[in-house]
Design a protein. Structure first.
Length: 74
């Protein structure tokens, strides 16, 4: 599954980010270290994700390249 397919309020974890620069940015912001939640998935627009109070909007085309999986329950 890719990030562009996630629905609002769904928890997931990021598995694969093909772009090394984006991967480094997501790692610095803490989005690669655990459970992430989709705040909004705007049709034909960005996917807004959140983790520990940090929100990030990722463009639709880039979201289609990021692989995710269902987050384990905590």
């Amino acid at each position: 599954m890719h990030l562009g397919q996630v629905t609002r309020d769904t928890a997931f974890q990021v598995d694969q980010v093909p772009d090394p620069e984006l991967r480094a940015k997501l790692l610095r912001l803490g989005f690669l270290d655990g459970r992430v939640t989709c705040r909004h998935n705007i049709r034909n627009g960005p996917v807004v994700i959140t983790r520990d109070g940090t929100e990030l909007a990722i463009g639709r085309s880039l979201a289609g390249e990021i692989r995710i999986s269902e987050a384990a329950e905590t």
